[in-house]
Design a protein around this ligand. Structure first.
Ligand SMILES: Nc1ncnc2c1ncn2[C@@H]1O[C@H](COP(=O)(O)OP(=O)(O)OP(=O)(O)O)[C@@H](O)[C@H]1O
Ligand SMILES: [Mg+2]
Length: 221
């Protein structure tokens, strides 16, 4: 079976005080359809950078990223911004470390936003039911500022999954939570991803959380 995502010879460097610092160097990454891959490595090893490259949020300096968008495989590095945005919006769900919820929208509105953007309001019932599964049914009309860290993170997960993306990318989704809440949120994320059969690439500093993945990729920095 062909992979959902195949990155080959990926490279990314940044200018750091006048010097070029290589963060991702000739990296190959394959993610199978429905596979859960944990990204681990010390701070600064490039986990967030790699997630951003895989999401098409940043461009690699070199290499290729092929994504199966359903029926066809696209080369992200060859796409223009408009096409990249369209594919990211439809095929990718991103759980940001600091939530990135829209402060002027309620929990319900944040979660329905990707459905509106994709013309997929038929998934609205399922997306709202997921908020109940995630224990947020009493928070639907609240704004992010009034939620706890765990509630914000669960809202961000519900938003990332609403449009049933093929690929979910999560950047230390529990980095701001206490131990018990972190494991609970990851268990919910993994259960939801499994039930939707979407693939998940999850950056984490926690061995316990990495242990929930099918496979672990170590970045050494
Ligand atoms: N836009 C940028 N401009 C310059 N340097 C950057 C940029 N983004 C990342 N870097 C550098 O790239 C390296 C990797 O950063 P990255 O955020 O990917 O690491 P990380 O593994 O996610 O770390 P952490 O575990 O702390 O989140 C760091 O040295 C960082 O300073
Ligand atoms: Mg990071």
């Amino acid at each position: 079976m062909s992979p959902l995502l195949e990155a080959r010879a990926l490279g990314k460097s940044f200018l750091d005080g006048g010097e070029r610092r290589v963060v991702i160097d000739a990296l190959n990454v394959t993610v199978g359809s429905g596979e859960i891959l944990a990204l681990v490595g010390p701070s600064g090893s490039g986990k967030s950078t790699l997630l951003n490259l895989l999401a098409g949020l940043q461009r690699p300096d070199g290499g290729s990223i092929h994504l199966d968008v359903g029926g066809s495989v696209v080369a992200l590095q060859d796409l223009g911004e408009a096409q990249l945005t369209r594919i990211r919006r439809r095929c990718v769900g991103y759980v940001f470390q600091f939530f990135n919820l829209i402060p002027t929208l309620t929990v319900r509105e944040n979660v329905l936003l990707p459905l509106e953007l994709n013309g997929l309001m038929t998934f609205a019932g399922e997306a709202l039911a997921r908020l109940t599964t995630l224990g947020l049914d009493h928070r639907l009309d609240d704004f992010p500022a009034h939620l706890s860290g765990g509630e914000r993170q669960r809202t961000a997960i519900a938003r990332a999954l609403a449009h049933r993306p093929r690929l979910v990318l999560a950047d230390e989704p529990t980095g701001n939570l206490d131990h018990a809440n972190a494991e609970r949120v990851v268990d919910l994320l993994v259960a939801q991803v499994r039930s939707l059969s979407c693939a998940l690439v999850l950056a984490t500093h926690s061995d316990v959380i990495a242990g929930r993945a099918d496979r672990i990729l170590r970045l050494d920095g």
